[in-house]
Design a protein around this ligand. Structure first.
Ligand SMILES: [Zn+2]
Length: 236
């Protein structure tokens, strides 16, 4: 980096700390309940299968993928991918995470609008993520080197900020999608008797901890957006 902006720390640190806390909270809660077997005796894969079959989603496969907490639902392939531990383990953590991913499949089935919107803006977001950094950092550098005029700098920064706002919007729309998937997961787990009344709080804790990581990502994105707005106003 050609120079370091201390102001950046002011905007980066809160998001970073929240992110670290969310990661810590997730890994400690997840590993705690990974050691607690579910009374139903089901593995994560079996619990997800039960929820999907109950909803008539027999054609949605539940597959195993390597990695730690790499679990996800792919709305394009309409398939569930569970990390090896959650696929095989018969624990409250595994069942909770697997059910959450099944919750996304239920969202797809009913055409849950925020999920569709999130899917639709994925390509734009991927482009906006790289383009915004390139434009924002490039503009600051070129202005610093006196290569571009103040008016050109303003135009480029506005473009970069608009692109970065799309990234923040994506993080914002992720929140209702994730909370709703967990809500559906808990509903089905209890309704189908895959989790008992005693086990409810544990499953809720695991899912809340997972959701907190998305809150941290949103806070980080919003603070970065504020940082770039501040830079655009101050560096003219
Ligand atoms: Zn999710």
């Amino acid at each position: 980096m050609f120079y370091f902006d201390p102001l950046y720390l002011l905007f980066a640190i809160p998001g970073l700390l929240l992110g670290l806390y969310a990661q810590f909270k997730l890994s400690s809660t997840y590993s705690k309940y990974m050691r607690v077997p579910a009374e139903s005796g089901l593995s994560g894969a079996q619990a997800a299968r039960r929820i999907l079959d109950d909803a008539g989603l027999h054609n949605v496969p539940v597959e195993e993928i390597p990695g730690n907490l790499t679990d996800h639902y792919d709305p394009k392939k309409e398939a569930l991918f569970l990390s090896s531990a959650n696929f095989h383990e018969r624990s409250l953590s595994a069942i909770g995470v697997a059910a959450h991913e099944a919750g996304h499949a239920l969202q797809k089935q009913v055409g849950y609008a925020p999920l569709n919107f999130r899917m639709a803006i994925v390509p734009v977001t991927n482009f906006a993520t790289s383009a915004s950094y390139f434009i924002l950092m490039g503009s600051v550098f070129l202005r610093y080197m006196h290569v571009i005029q103040s008016s050109m700098f303003s135009h480029l920064m506005t473009l970069g900020i608009v692109l970065f706002a799309i990234v923040a919007l994506f993080q914002a729309i992720t929140l209702p999608v994730e909370y709703d998937a967990s809500r559906r997961a808990k509903e089905q787990l209890f309704r189908l008797g895959l989790v008992s009344g005693n086990e409810r709080p544990a499953v809720s804790q695991v899912l809340s901890a997972a959701a907190l990581t998305y809150v941290a990502a949103l806070v980080t994105a919003l603070l970065q957006l504020l940082y770039w707005i501040t830079v655009a106003r101050d560096r003219r």
